[in-house]
Design a protein around this ligand. Structure first.
Ligand SMILES: [Zn+2]
Length: 90
């Protein structure tokens, strides 16, 4: 019986430690998201290639200029091509 009480006490102590640990983790997470909101985190880099619908050139998505047209996103190699695309759609 004494052993059972000892085990119970140990279990409770463990629960307390885990609770404290989780609290610490949550606090750290809040701090991390706080710095994200400050704009310190750069956007994720993708090496995906996209084709310019105007001149047909392929360029990395991260360097391309994007335009949202009727729910679809188009990517362009330069602002000139994007402007041309806009003029075509008018
Ligand atoms: Zn182009």
């Amino acid at each position: 019986m004494v052993r059972f009480i000892l085990l119970l006490a140990l279990f409770l102590a463990l629960c307390y430690v885990i609770k404290g640990f989780l609290k610490g983790l949550k606090l750290r997470k809040v701090l991390k998201t706080g710095s994200k909101q400050a704009g310190e985190q750069p956007p994720p880099i993708t090496d995906e290639l996209v084709q310019d619908p105007v001149c047909g050139v392929y360029c990395p998505k991260r360097d391309a200029l994007s335009l949202n047209w009727q729910g679809k996103t188009y990517y362009f190699c330069s602002d000139k091509c994007r402007q041309e695309f806009r003029d075509q759609k008018k």
